[in-house]
Design a binder for this molecule. Structure first.
Ligand code: AQP
Length: 379
């Protein structure tokens, strides 16, 4: 059966990019999953500390992220929700995978390279950059691979920006299984329409079989493939929690007036028409993508642009505001209410229960891994 794993860093309130690129997909998969399918969603605090974090703030942000996941509709009865640092097996497997992972491959990761370039802009020489960059940032994809592999995930729904890291996780499986001569770790699929289609076929899931989880997932993922949502200030960069300008993002807890303000202030260009040309008009293309993603019926940015032929950019912005406001309606209130419920105890109890399930699941893998690697198995 299917094991779905994904994670999100507790580095601030999630934004529209996190929501459309990953979290909404998680909710849809949860709603489609059968009794035997496992869904695990982790708040990955160990990843968050690859950048400096204040301990107190991190503790708060973990809870805040849990509240956000519940507020968008994840149900702890159906999905296992837990903090990464509650399940030490993630870090243990990371070390073991590090021993067979290639430094060369890690060095080619675009996320790492973009951090190098960001530092380079400040005019430093390479040696100084290398000494300032931390090992954790370099080996981040190994921990990400461990997160997935320790739960024997078959499918990993992530945003478009994470596809390269998923490739690396598959590489870790090959290296580990080859080194220890055992088909022990499971190679995960990135969830896109096509990957589910091939999974479905290779598992002889007949097209006529209904209700079939894979076919239903396929419909969802094909009708709304994972988009990459860009910054509202500079549409060549992705929308990000940690970008300095607050105007660059829409939080999922934003009020209707905040949504309106952000979209009205979004940087576009000087042509007062609506066309979908991502290479020449990235700011307009981003608003079209957001509008398409938030439309009640599945549609594409091209179709939204066609429906606005002859209209002005202010018409596109008005359409975008309407769609986003409807999509995010109620999330902010639910989130605030959950954070306050029982003075935080409600959230802590949900996490404790999720962490216990995740620990048991991870331990099943780790027993086999320790055995295969000749490590101590008594715990
Ligand atoms: N702009 C985006 N468009 C689509 N998907 C996105 N994701 C992130 N940004 C976009 C997806 O959200 C999931 C969780 O991301 P994360 O918090 O674990 O890390 P991130 O990708 O580094 O996200 P941020 O918002 O940019 O956080 P910071 O600023 O803390 O680094 C992932 O599946 C990601 O693909």
């Amino acid at each position: 059966h299917v094991v779905i794993f994904s994670g999100i860093q507790p580095t601030g309130v999630p934004h529209l990019g996190n929501y459309l690129g990953a979290m909404r997909q998680w909710r849809r998969l949860q709603d489609l999953a059968g009794d035997k399918d496992k869904l695990l969603f982790s708040i990955v605090d160990l990843h968050a500390i690859t950048m400096p974090q204040d301990a107190q703030a991190l503790r708060f942000r973990r809870r805040e992220m849990l509240a956000a996941l519940l507020a968008i509709g994840l149900d702890p009865e159906k999905s296992t929700l837990f903090y990464q640092s509650s399940v030490m097996q993630h870090s243990e497997l990371m070390w073991i995978l590090s021993c067979t992972a290639s430094m060369g491959y890690l060095g080619r990761m675009t996320q790492y390279k973009s951090k190098l370039q960001a530092d380079n802009k400040q005019g430093d020489v390479n040696e100084a950059i290398a000494s300032r960059l931390k090992l954790g940032l370099f080996s981040y994809p190994v921990l990400q691979a461990a997160d997935i592999l320790v739960h024997r995930a078959t499918h990993v729904p992530v945003g478009d920006d994470q596809k390269q890291h998923l490739e690396f996780a598959r590489e870790c499986v090959t290296n580990f299984n080859y080194t220890y001569q055992k088909e022990l770790l499971v190679s995960p699929e990135t969830i896109t329409g096509m990957s589910l289609f091939s999974w479905c076929r290779s598992h002889h899931c007949p097209a006529s079989f209904s209700p079939c989880f894979y076919r239903r997932c396929l419909n969802v993922t094909l009708s709304a493939p994972s988009p990459r949502i860009m910054s509202l200030r500079d549409a060549r960069e992705k929308m990000s929690k940690s970008a300095t300008s607050e105007k660059s993002r829409i939080l999922i807890t934003s009020s209707p007036s905040e949504i309106k303000q952000r979209i009205n202030q979004a940087v576009t260009d000087n042509w007062n028409t609506v066309t979908y040309e991502p290479d020449y008009r990235p700011g307009v293309a981003n608003l079209l993508e957001i509008t398409a993603q938030c439309s009640p019926e599945p549609t594409t940015p091209e179709a939204v642009a066609d429906s606005l032929m002859g209209a002005k950019l202010s018409d596109l912005k008005a359409r975008c505001i309407e769609a986003v406001t409807a999509e995010l309606s109620g999330i902010g209130e639910r989130c605030r209410e959950l954070l306050e419920r029982g003075g935080g105890k409600y959230l802590d109890d949900i996490e404790a229960a999720g962490a216990e399930v995740a620990r048991q699941n991870a331990e099943e893998t780790m027993r086999l891994v320790r055995e295969a690697a000749g490590l101590a198995t008594s715990r």
